[in-house]
Design a protein around this ligand. Structure first.
Ligand code: ADP
Ligand code: 5GP
Length: 192
């Protein structure tokens, strides 16, 4: 019996509000391969409509710290200064890769750099907005964040945008359908 094909790790980053979740949701509606998401853990509160175990595992800071100390995370970071912890659980990734799945991680830049040390062949994709002004408009239009949180996300965006060239692929999300086509083309190119 041939060994089962090892899976692929697909890392999608980009500033909050760039459109990552929207693109990934659309991608999964008609997946170009055996895609599965890794559900991250976070200490932030659920937004309206977010579901435990679907959007995130929502953990208390104590529970997060306990699982971190137990070595359960592939990577984890405090994503915003004075903000919340986010992390990728090993249990979300390793079993799926072993089963030949394409595991999609939606994580920040520092998380990506940490994962690349373990999985240097990961396919890295940076989703960027057409401009900071449009990013701010989308964050406000999404209506999910308080003003202080919007400001932290915009600061985070200014920090993260310079890392875009470190990713293997860049997708500029100006027009959603076009960005989705770009993402599909990138992923279709990984199927070999
Ligand atoms: P992220 O997951 O990167 O934080 P979201 O997917 O939540 O970003 O998108 C942020 C907001 O911008 C959402 O309200 C979403 O509907 C909207 N949005 C996403 N892509 C576009 C686009 N190409 N044009 C206009 N609005 C968009
Ligand atoms: P949000 O609060 O908008 O869902 O996510 C905020 C930021 O956290 C985004 O930049 C997102 O990419 C990042 N993020 C989400 N999950 C993880 C994770 O597991 N690890 C890391 N390092 N970042 C994450």
């Amino acid at each position: 019996m041939p060994a089962p094909a090892a899976g692929k790790l697909i890392i999608i980053s980009g500033p909050s509000g760039a459109g990552k979740s929207t693109l990934v949701r659309r991608l999964f509606a008609d997946p170009p391969g055996p895609l599965e998401t890794s559900i991250s853990a976070t200490t932030r509160a659920p937004r309206q409509g977010e579901v435990e175990g679907v959007d995130y595992y929502f953990l208390t800071p104590d529970e997060f710290a306990r699982r971190r100390a137990a070595g359960e995370f592939l990577e984890c970071f405090e994503v915003y200064e004075g903000g919340h912890w986010y992390g990728t659980l090993q249990s979300e990734v390793a079993p799926r890769l072993a089963a030949g799945k394409w595991v999609v991680l939606e994580i920040d830049v520092q998380g990506t750099l940490a994962v690349l040390e373990r999985y240097p062949d990961a396919v890295t994709i940076f989703v960027q907005p057409e401009s900071m002004a449009e990013l701010e408009r989308r964050l406000r239009a999404r209506g999910t964040e308080a003003e202080s949180s919007i400001q932290r996300r915009l600061e985070g965006a200014r920090r993260e945008l310079p890392f875009a060239p470190r990713y293997r692929y860049q997708v500029t999300n100006t027009e959603l359908d076009q960005a989705l086509r770009d993402l599909r083309t990138i992923l279709a190119g990984q199927a070999n």
